[in-house]
Write a protein of this length. Structure first.
Length: 511
């Protein structure tokens, strides 16, 4: 037998086999029994969507090129795609849509889209406003019932949703909400209006019956949700104390964690306000001792520049803000563990923590130049992540480096909960500091950024980390090494602190 004839034989045999596998699906109505094409796979029956529509007199539209069919009734429409587990269910009343994920995909056989009987009969019943019972794997009974004038309720299919539950953890500084999903959520966006936070999750469906909650204490007053096209929206009705939110994917999981932050100084008594008086400033000179930090052009060491700026800043504060106590994490060339720096700040009841550093690049000299101000949050850019990794790498000099947890997004969202009380004030000081440095220095501003620094994790107060310039840049290094440059940086930080104290004191007084 030639190869050509063999191929024809295989094709003929395969087609015959498929034809033999064709089954019939039984539809029983008050007018009699109808039979439509069906296909059995592993004990489950799939029937032709087109044939079903014709059998029960449903309107339908087919796009053969796209492999789609739309079934229509007076109430709803259902869009079904071939080889796809998603069905789009649209209400004609308000044109709202829900995306329903079936546990199995549809099939395209001989030009017909076959849908799984077990999982679609409830949806078809809703579509037709009739009661449909699956009495056998390959048989349904459709009961004719007069429409009651009310729009029918969508029947949900178990296992057809991605987001299926949530949990809430009330904390002093806010609320942590964990969203459970059986599919990785690729992206999301949020908006806030009239005390309602709306978070839209892309390309996933939500079981609205499982994300429906009222009567919570704390920030969250109620939770509701709905499916919109291919996406879903979750609505959080929040108390007036709400200030900000964060949304992060949990590492190595499909879950998403949402932090809802509280306001600070809300309804404080006079005794409480005394604890918030701006009376202690903590200055942290980065690196020190065996940890030289970055080594710049000409051999200038970061640890020396950081300490010189810190001491000059401290002197300005001690001479001009005598009502404020200055605390140094180090005043000499010694190495201080990162966790101890935050511990020093907390034990002295610091009201703001400033960590002073210098930047650098692997290549020397380099064109990178300018200063940056950092807040404690997970790094959003590769550059921020790289800088945080470099600054955090100093734990290699510590006695017990294992005390630090890996800075995953999941850990950081919990850290943010602890720091949420102070974030507004950290951001305000960062703005003031950036403004003063821009006005007083010839160095350019690279902006206010976010990254995960161990040194900021431990300080439970408003805190920032400043990278004063690039030691790998010839001009920046010369400025940072000079006493004049160090003094100008100290003057700028001092003025920012002076302005910040005025803002801070007004906040205390007004609340």
């Amino acid at each position: 037998m030639s190869l050509f004839k063999f191929c024809l034989f295989v094709l003929f045999f395969t087609s015959t086999l498929l034809a033999q596998e064709d089954e019939q699906f039984i539809i029983q109505t008050s007018k009699g029994i109808l039979y439509i094409p069906a296909y059995e796979r592993q004990g489950a029956f799939y029937f032709s969507a087109k044939s079903f529509a014709e059998a029960v007199s449903l309107n339908y539209f087919i796009n053969e090129g796209a492999g789609k069919i739309e079934l229509k009734s007076d109430y709803y429409s259902i869009k079904i795609s071939a080889r796809n587990p998603y069905i789009i269910f649209t209400s004609k009343k308000d044109n709202s849509s829900s995306v329903i994920q079936l546990p199995t995909s549809t099939y395209l056989i001989k030009g017909h889209i076959y849908i799984p009987a077990k999982y679609v009969v409830g949806l078809l019943g809703t579509l037709m406003n009739k009661k449909i019972d699956l009495t056998k794997p390959n048989q349904v009974i459709i009961k004719d019932e007069e429409p009651n004038g009310k729009e029918p309720t969508v029947v949900s299919t178990p296992g057809s949703f991605n987001i299926f539950s949530f949990s809430m953890d009330q904390k002093t500084n806010g609320t942590l909400v964990n969203i459970k999903s059986n599919k990785r959520i690729p992206s999301y966006k949020s908006s806030f209006k009239d005390d309602v936070l709306t978070i839209t999750f892309r390309k996933v469906g939500v079981d609205t019956s499982k994300l429906n909650f009222t009567g919570a204490k704390g920030l969250v007053k109620s939770i509701s949700s709905k499916n919109v096209g291919d996406d879903c929206e979750i609505y959080f009705k929040l108390a007036k104390e709400f200030t900000a939110s964060d949304v992060l994917n949990v590492e190595n999981s499909n879950d998403v964690q949402i932090t809802l932050h509280n306001k600070i100084f809300e309804d404080k008594s006079e005794k409480d306000k005394e604890k918030w008086v701006f009376d202690v400033i903590v200055i942290d000179a980065g690196h020190g001792g065996v940890d030289a930090g970055a080594i710049g052009v000409g051999g200038v060491k970061e640890k020396d520049v950081n300490l010189a700026v810190a001491l000059k800043l401290g002197k300005l504060l001690e001479e001009n803000m005598k009502e404020v106590k200055v605390i140094y994490t180090r005043k000499t060339d010694v190495q201080v563990d990162l966790y101890k720096r935050g511990k020093i700040a907390n034990e002295n009841d610091g009201k703001i923590f400033i960590s002073i550093h210098c930047n650098s690049t692997p290549k020397k000299p380099s064109d990178a130049e300018g200063f940056e101000v950092y807040l404690l949050r997970p790094g959003r850019t590769q550059e921020a992540i790289t800088i945080a990794e470099r600054e955090n790498s100093v734990i290699q000099y510590e006695e017990n480096p294992n005390r630090y947890q890996k800075l995953t997004d999941e850990n950081f969202i919990l850290v943010n909960m602890a720091h949420s009380t102070y974030m507004k004030y950290s951001e305000k000081f960062a703005e003031m500091l950036d403004k003063q440095l821009t006005a007083n220095l010839k160095l350019s501003s690279r902006g206010i950024k976010q990254a995960g620094f161990y040194v900021l994790v431990g300080a439970s107060m408003p805190n920032v980390l400043i990278e004063t310039g690039f030691l790998s840049n010839t001009n920046d290094a010369a400025f940072l090494k000079s006493k004049d440059g160090q003094q100008k940086i100290a003057n700028s930080i001092f003025q920012a602190l002076k302005n910040f104290k005025q803002f801070y004191d007004k906040q205390i007084e007004s609340n």
